[in-house]
Design a protein around this ligand. Sequence first.
Ligand code: FAD
Length: 400
Amino acid sequence: MATATPLDSQKKAPSSIDPLDLYDICAELSEDEAMVQDTVRRFVDAEVLPIIREHFEQHTFPRELMPKIAEMGLLGSTIEGYDCAGMNQVTYGLICQELERGDSGIRSFVSVQSSLVMHPIYAYGSEAQKQEWLPRLASAEAVGCFGLTESHGGSDPGNMKTVAKRDGDDWRISGSKMWITNAPIADMAVIWAMTEDGIRGFIVPTDAPGFEVQEIENKFSLRASLTGALFLDDVRVPGSAMLPNVKGLRGPLGCLTKARYGITWGCIGAAQACLEACIDYTADRELFGRPLNHNQAIQIRLAEMARKITTAQLLSYHLGRVNDAGNMRPEQVSVAKWNNARIAIDIARDARDILGGSGISAEYVPIRHALNLESVITYEGTETVHQLVVGKALTGVNAF
Ligand SMILES: Cc1cc2nc3c(=O)[nH]c(=O)nc-3n(C[C@H](O)[C@H](O)[C@H](O)COP(=O)(O)OP(=O)(O)OC[C@H]3O[C@@H](n4cnc5c(N)ncnc54)[C@H](O)[C@@H]3O)c2cc1C
């Protein structure tokens, strides 16, 4: 009887292994979680992928997708009530993953609206603020943005120059914010400003007198997302515009922890898209008389990508369950944001190279993801900032 050789096994029909989910994370999901993931996946395939390249090239945001994203309950998806879907954190993560498989710009829109605008209103706002804004933001009737970063140093938000001063019952806010996602299409902004009493959050309509938005043009990254600078020149808002239930840096940092958690999942989606492109390309591309994927060196690079994606998936999945149990700590989020943004950008860059010259073409996804991930690794805390958060947890020493 002949013994099987490695060559025989190559001839077997492909197994049912999902190369993008080697550890069968999908089998760990509840029926509801899997259903939402499937719905968003189909939406990305049918509605995002056919148009995203054009938007990326034109540096425009696909606003036409906003009502569909809202209809699926993807805005403020973890919020209970106020016309929101009340899904769990793992589901929010899966939404981010599938959206970013399409493009980081679409995921950024949903992250900002959900975690940086709706979450602070829900967690820190008055009942009247929740009633006024959450249903409108959930339906995408209103778009919000989050103004924390200032031009003199996003990594050090405590050094905030934007100020809010009391004037009778009103507040007068002056200052500027830089690198603000969704700003050019926003109806309102959550602005963090220094008061006599420390940092406070304010809900500010973008059409208030003295409020100006300038779009940041010519970005080479996140081109299907709009970014702007905000200028507030003595903008007057009523006392009821302040978020009453939080004071100090822990307000914006609480929002960032939420958003960073989602980003850890989003990075997986971008990395999966790049690995998938490489698997397809190396199967078809013939060099030296055989398909490129028959080379050991290529298989090792694909295997490396799969290893990195698997570790990222396990981190985010576990973090999601911890988050749903209400026990997620900021340093845990920092490990995952640092790891997952790093593996995603490394995979995207390597995928770009595996595609050779085609890798620089917009026809293939890796270059777009690689360019987007340059923003993803920087915003919501740079890699260094997350390393220092972990360092502080390990040593008890704040090295910032
Ligand atoms: C596309 C995009 C969208 C964004 N959207 C938003 C938004 O919606 N809202 C918002 O508020 N902000 C937003 N940001 C801002 C983002 O969060 C900041 O860019 C980020 O926090 C870094 O701040 P910075 O750009 O000022 O860099 P800096 O803080 O100036 O950092 C410069 C470098 O110094 C390093 N560094 C910082 N501190 C230390 C240290 N202690 N030791 C060693 N090295 C250090 C950093 O890692 C980095 O490499 C966005 C940014 C981008 C690019």
